[in-house]
Design a protein around this ligand. Structure first.
Ligand code: NAI
Length: 294
């Protein structure tokens, strides 16, 4: 099948943007990395290249293939460098106002045929699209962390999204080796909506003193068969990402009690105890690796 997105722009090259960039380049697209923070796109470029090098070292990727992948990653110094992109995927900060400004600017740069997509975890796709003159070209494209391993992506139609855009994004997801799942534009879509039951209730169990977080993780991981317990998952995602998602879903459902976020995560967020990326969350980490409690 012919590759449907030949040139792909990634705006925001943090944890998610670099994962999406990696699988897009592996699929055969030319990927342009753009980040507002000076040096961030270069850092992402180096991190993705290092991932491929590790796969070569482990014998899971041919050196020639890694070299070919690397030629498909380029740095875009400014949004205007994304003018020739067929698709631009945004993975910047989870703020509606900032995303709307970005997409309004992007729409004037890319061609009228280009598809625009957001990796938002919780914001309304319809609300982001309201910034666009052509909201039908915009959809949610929600990947999971770490992107190369989590092989599902939610394709979210806003109220004005064209079905052809969702179908192109789904087709491209398959070309990247992922499984697309269609979701309607609702708070948290499918996974983060269902995830409220997993994370919010686990936090309630702790705050009610029923069990400590490590026990809850152990049972859900080892006995119930989840890959990660809820607190391990929060540490991986980081509270500066997951707590605002909890708040956003709660507010979008008009403060429905079952979605109420926890003071436990609010306090930790305020204290900068975010998870793996800060070396300490519910657990302690050295170089991103879990340290057993002493
Ligand atoms: P991150 O903090 O690792 O990376 C965000 C990047 O965007 C940073 O490099 C920052 O410099 C850049 N940025 C911020 N504002 C910008 C702007 N206006 N223009 C260009 N670059 C800008 O964040 P992460 O975790 O990659 O999340 C990004 C998005 O993906 C958010 O919307 C988040 O809700 C969503 N998401 C996050 C998941 C996770 O587990 N971390 C999972 C699924 C979705």
């Amino acid at each position: 099948m012919e590759l449907i997105q030949k040139t792909v722009g990634i705006v925001g090259t943090g944890a998610m943007g670099r994962g999406i960039a990696q699988i897009a380049a592996q699929a055969g697209s030319l990927v342009k990395l753009m980040d507002a923070q000076a040096g961030a796109a270069d850092k992402a470029h180096a991190a993705i290249a290092a991932q491929w090098d590790r796969l070569v070292e482990k014998g899971r990727l041919e050196a020639a293939t890694a070299a070919k992948f690397k030629t498909r990653l380029v740095i875009a110094g400014a949004l205007s460098d994304l003018a020739d992109c067929d698709l631009v995927i945004e993975a910047i900060v989870e703020r509606l106002d900032v995303k709307k400004v970005l997409f309004a600017e992007l729409e004037d740069i890319v061609s009228t045929q280009a598809i625009l997509a957001s990796n938002t975890s919780s914001l309304s796709v319809t609300a982001i699209a309201a910034a666009l003159k052509h909201p039908e070209r915009f959809a949610g494209y929600h990947f999971f962390n770490p992107v190369p391993l989590m092989k599902v992506v939610e394709v979210i139609a806003g109220l004005k999204t064209s079905p052809a855009v969702c179908s192109a994004l789904s087709q491209y997801a398959v070309q990247m080796g992922h499984t697309p799942v269609h979701a309607q534009d609702t708070p948290g879509f499918i996974v983060n909506h269902a995830g409220r039951g997993y994370g919010t209730e686990a936090l309630r169990i702790v705050s009610e003193g029923v069990a400590d977080f490590a026990t809850i993780d152990r049972i859900l991981r080892d006995q119930a068969g989840f890959k990660l317990g809820p607190f391990e998952l929060m540490d991986l995602t980081a509270l500066d990402v997951s707590h605002p998602v909890m708040e956003s879903i709660y507010h979008q459902y008009y403060e429905e009690a079952r979605y109420r976020p926890s003071v436990i995560t609010a306090q930790r967020l305020a204290g900068g105890i975010l998870g793996r990326k800060t070396g300490e969350g519910f657990y302690r980490y050295a170089d991103g690796v879990l340290q057993l409690p002493t």
